[in-house]
Design a protein around this ligand. Sequence first.
Ligand SMILES: [Zn+2]
Length: 112
Amino acid sequence: MEDDELIDAENFRAAFPELGSLAIRIVETSPQRGIVSHQFSLQEPPPRALECSHPECKGGVLNLWIMLRDLMDKKTTQQHLKLPCPGGHRQGRVQTMACTSTYDLSFEIVYK
Ligand SMILES: [Zn+2]
């Protein structure tokens, strides 16, 4: 494990002290690249921001800590979301076209 990841895990526990247990499953579906899945837990905390795996995507970032904080503020225990990638691909000099990747997210949250 890299030092950065260790610090992130500590930061994560400090940022979400009321978290008893956590399971996040993210399935990214891209027409070009197929399916990329991610799983996170209290032991393997999510990154603050998950970047779209499409190499040409710009701005395709899911702010997982912000999303989790939002769910926990509402005392949500289970959430399932489908989101389009918020990013875009450059097309020509100024135009961009929306990224075609989509995300299927599920959160299971247990509070202390
Ligand atoms: Zn994207």
